[in-house]
Design a protein around this ligand. Structure first.
Ligand code: HPA
Length: 273
């Protein structure tokens, strides 16, 4: 048995002490989307602190718990709060919750986040469906001995973001009459925001949005064979486009302002199977 596999099983055991809920889909709530939890018909919840060895977020505004419940009758596991690489956790810790969701039985995963707009066609408040990602600026969460129970040594990453799930998100947005942009997400380690020079480089490389999460989670989920969808809330234009210095408060405020639209889209997406 692998070391990571055993660790995942111990987390699952701690959750199973509380609930035998079987999620079909899993959802990670990014900045500003935490309120989505209130829309779910709750069945059970487990604080990350109740799970032995589980990473707990140090960032204000990131609550830490799994919420299990129903979206229009569909069983969903929700991660309210995630940890980031910049907090000092290893990549193995950062993606542990995603692997636990896979081990609980989730077959598909929706990742949400707040991101900075690199492409000048984006504006603060836009919702952007992820069509692809660039992970080359963070360490791979798959480094280390491969554990075959999780997935293959050299997993294919041609279609990280499932075309089927992307279509579902687009249909949900059309149904709501809500605009949904599309683009490529690039993950940095953070915690500093980017320099204008880095942003010029990221744009040349094909990035439309930049953030400090998600891509490593998507990679770990694909390694396990989960289907993945990703949606960013563009909270700000990045350094070099925006003339005002960027603050976490501004990012949080913009995410809060978009929260209602974002929540409606996620709800429609989850109930359309
Ligand atoms: N850069 C990186 N991460 C972010 C940003 C940004 O501009 N906005 C929200 N998350």
């Amino acid at each position: 048995m692998g070391i990571i596999w055993d660790r995942i099983q111990r987390c699952v055991e701690d959750i199973r002490k509380v609930t035998d809920f079987q999620p079909e889909a899993a959802l990670v709530l990014g900045s500003g989307l935490g309120g989505f939890a209130a829309r779910i018909q709750p069945e059970a919840q487990v604080s990350y602190g109740e799970i032995e060895g589980f990473p707990v977020s140090t960032v204000p505004g990131h609550e830490g718990r799994f919420l299990f419940g129903y979206v229009d009758g569909r069983p969903v596991a929700v991660m309210q709060g995630r940890v980031h690489y910049y907090e000092g956790y290893s990549m193995e810790d950062v993606v542990l919750p995603i692997r636990v969701l896979g081990a609980l039985g989730a077959k598909e995963l929706l990742l949400t986040n707040a991101a900075g707009g690199v492409n000048e066609a984006l504006s603060p408040g836009d919702l952007m469906l992820l069509t692809g990602q660039i992970t080359s600026f963070v360490p791979s969460p798959l480094i280390g001995p491969n554990e075959n129970q999780l997935g293959p040594r050299f997993p294919d990453m041609t279609e990280v973001y499932s075309q089927t799930l992307r279509n579902r998100a687009k249909t949900a947005a059309e149904g709501l009459g809500a605009p949904l942009k599309e683009g490529v997400y690039l993950q940095t380690t953070g915690p500093s925001y980017e320099t204008p020079e880095e942003i010029r480089m990221f744009r040349l490389l094909g990035a439309d949005a930049v953030g400090m999460s998600t891509a490593c989670e998507a990679m770990a989920a694909r390694h396990m064979g989960l289907k993945v969808c990703g949606i960013s809330c563009i909270t700000n234009m990045v350094a070099g486009i925006s003339s005002v210095p960027l603050t976490h408060q501004e990012v949080q405020k913009a995410a809060d302002q978009a929260a209602d639209r974002f929540q409606k889209l996620v709800w429609e997406y989850l109930r359309a199977q």
